[in-house]
Design a protein. Structure first.
Length: 223
């Protein structure tokens, strides 16, 4: 029985095939490692910093030292940050327009499926301040942290918007949330004393007591 002749592949063709195969593997790995980007703004009164999962624009870490500062981070880092207290309170806000503003090229990450009601970008703040009173009222009813209202008031000053009706709505919500959150932090013993002072049944649900004390304190305080 005759043996089939083995096919001889020229060394040059073999080497070229290996080179292309390795190049494709490198490109696939680079594609898998390519990180989408997220723009963020800082609306806190102090500073904030964190490390990045990926190096972005040559940086392994970002730091904010003042209100309104912006940065671009990788999606993985944002995924870790978006559930934190700072993000929920509207101090750390996703704003992908920052990518263009800072001149950073890259692929923008997909939108978040959920978003804090307190997260308001500068552009959204301007739209609320220049839009209808109805829409502003509707938005104010959804926010749960006074930081979001403070951001709107600071943006109104920045844009020289002096609509007293609108700023009055924002201030009313800010004052209510500020006072409510202050009372929520009270120890049960102090809350009981406050109930005794104002004639509130201490056996009521804590949330009901907080709400009543908030209303009473707002009536007696001027902000």
């Amino acid at each position: 029985m005759s043996k089939e002749k083995e096919t001889q592949v020229p060394v040059e063709i073999y080497n070229e095939a290996v080179r292309k195969s390795r190049q494709m593997e490198r490109e696939l790995e680079a594609f898998k490692e390519k990180e989408t980007l997220v723009g963020i703004s800082w609306f806190g009164s102090g500073g904030f910093g964190c490390g990045l999962t990926k190096v972005i624009n040559g940086k392994r870490r970002i730091s904010f030292n003042g209100y309104g500062e912006k940065a671009v981070i990788d999606k993985s880092t944002w995924f870790n940050l978006r559930g934190c207290d700072l993000a929920y309170k509207g101090l750390l806000v996703r704003d992908d327009s920052v990518l263009k503003e800072l001149g950073i090229n890259g692929i923008t990450a997909e939108d978040d499926k959920e978003r804090s009601p307190n997260a308001i970008t500068d552009a959204e703040a301007i739209n609320l301040l220049t839009g209808s009173v109805k829409k502003l009222k509707e938005k104010m009813e959804t926010i749960t942290e006074y930081n979001a209202a403070t951001h709107l008031l600071l943006e109104a000053d920045k844009q020289n918007i002096n609509d007293v009706a609108k700023t009055g709505i924002i201030k009313e919500r800010r004052n209510y949330l500020f006072e409510k959150q202050r009372i929520e932090k009270m120890h049960d013993r102090d809350l009981a004393i406050a109930c005794d002072i104002h004639g509130i049944n201490p056996d009521l649900d804590r949330d009901v007591i907080v709400e009543r004390l908030t209303e009473i304190n707002l009536q007696g305080n001027e902000y």
